[in-house]
Design a binder for this molecule. Structure first.
Ligand SMILES: [Zn+2]
Length: 337
């Protein structure tokens, strides 16, 4: 356990340095830069910068790691170790794609697969893609009559899938370009919120969707849960139904079925390709709504907790890692007495 404390503190320190040195500034998907800062530390006390766009109401990270650093982060094992160290309770893990990769939760795959079955029925020559698949919980829980292709950055997950006889590749969008397949169904489960550039990446993926194909996108839903659990350094976008449907409509995606409570809290949507889509929502009331969510979250207790974490991080920075670890060890011992 004490080694874990040390590794956790080292990861946090390295991440802080990496973020400070390599973060890039992003504007909103609407092009606007005017925003309101919501969170500077995520659920793990890692640096982030989550803002609300005061033009369209999208919540997003306006400071993120550069694309190169982001790729290194996803392919490294340290973050997996880090998230696993910090999360010991299963209900804490529900929003985290990376931990889902590790856990292979039997129940959580049932709802998405039943949503997919409502709008998609396969055929013997179908090709299905689960992109950012992890262990491909969702695609493997729907009946597949044709072929399944899985793509993910995790070597561990891909070698696991290959052993199961699935056509699986390590990597990202570059793999789709190389394969050049056209898909009947594409599954993006807890992937879109990680995109570096939502519009670019999603439209690149959609290029490989057949004309009458379907795409299932599942993301955390700010409308069903707005608290610190939702905010983590690896997420670049935080959607509500309005903002997801608005930005997907700009990419000629038409929503065919929306479930705002997938596994109780997530947003799952089946889309088909349809030209000249538009999804109109009241942007002013969307902004107001998020401000109210944020206000409701910041109760006195949560506000104090948030400030305490900020102060702890500053103290840790001042006293250095060895003293931090010694102190934490001491506190841990004291607690077990
Ligand atoms: Zn915006």
């Amino acid at each position: 356990m004490f080694n874990k404390i040390y590794e956790e503190e080292v990861f946090k320190r390295d991440y802080r340095m990496l973020f400070k040195k390599n973060c890039v500034l992003k504007s909103c998907l609407c092009g606007n830069k005017k925003n309101k800062l919501l969170f500077e530390l995520d659920r793990y006390n890692l640096l982030t910068s989550v803002v609300l766009c005061l033009s369209c109401g999208l919540v997003y990270a306006n400071k993120i790691l550069s694309l190169d650093e982001l790729k290194k982060f996803y392919t490294s094992d340290s973050y997996r170790f880090f998230y696993n160290v910090l999360n010991t309770r299963k209900d804490d893990l529900i929003n985290d794609k990376f931990i889902d990769d590790q856990l292979f939760d039997e129940e959580s795959k049932l709802e998405p697969s039943s949503i997919i079955k409502k709008k998609y029925s396969g055929s013997s020559n179908e090709v299905i893609l689960e992109f950012g698949s992890g262990y491909a919980q969702i695609s493997r829980s729907i009946p597949i009559k044709g072929k399944l292709v899985c793509v993910d950055y995790s070597e561990k997950a891909i070698s696991y899938l290959k052993k199961k006889g699935i056509e699986a590749y390590i990597g990202g969008i570059d793999v789709l370009d190389k394969l050049n397949y056209k898909y009947d169904l594409i599954i993006l489960s807890h992937v879109a919120e990680h995109f570096y550039d939502f519009k670019n990446e999603l439209s690149h993926i959609i290029k490989y969707l057949k004309k009458d194909g379907k795409i299932y996108i599942e993301v955390p839903n700010l409308d069903s849960k707005y608290n610190l659990d939702q905010f983590q350094n690896a997420h670049n976008y935080y959607f509500t139904k309005n903002t997801l449907l608005h930005y997907t409509s700009q990419m000629d995606l038409k929503s065919e079925y929306v479930d705002e409570k997938v596994n109780g809290i997530h947003l799952g949507v089946i889309f088909s390709k349809y030209k000249n889509q538009s999804f109109v929502y009241d942007q002013k009331s969307e902004i107001k709504k998020i401000i109210i969510y944020n206000k409701n979250f910041l109760t006195l207790g949560n506000f104090i907790k948030k400030k305490k974490s900020e102060i702890y991080e500053i103290i840790k920075l001042l006293i250095g890692i060895s003293l931090t670890v010694s102190l934490r060890k001491f506190i841990a011992k004291f607690r077990t007495w």
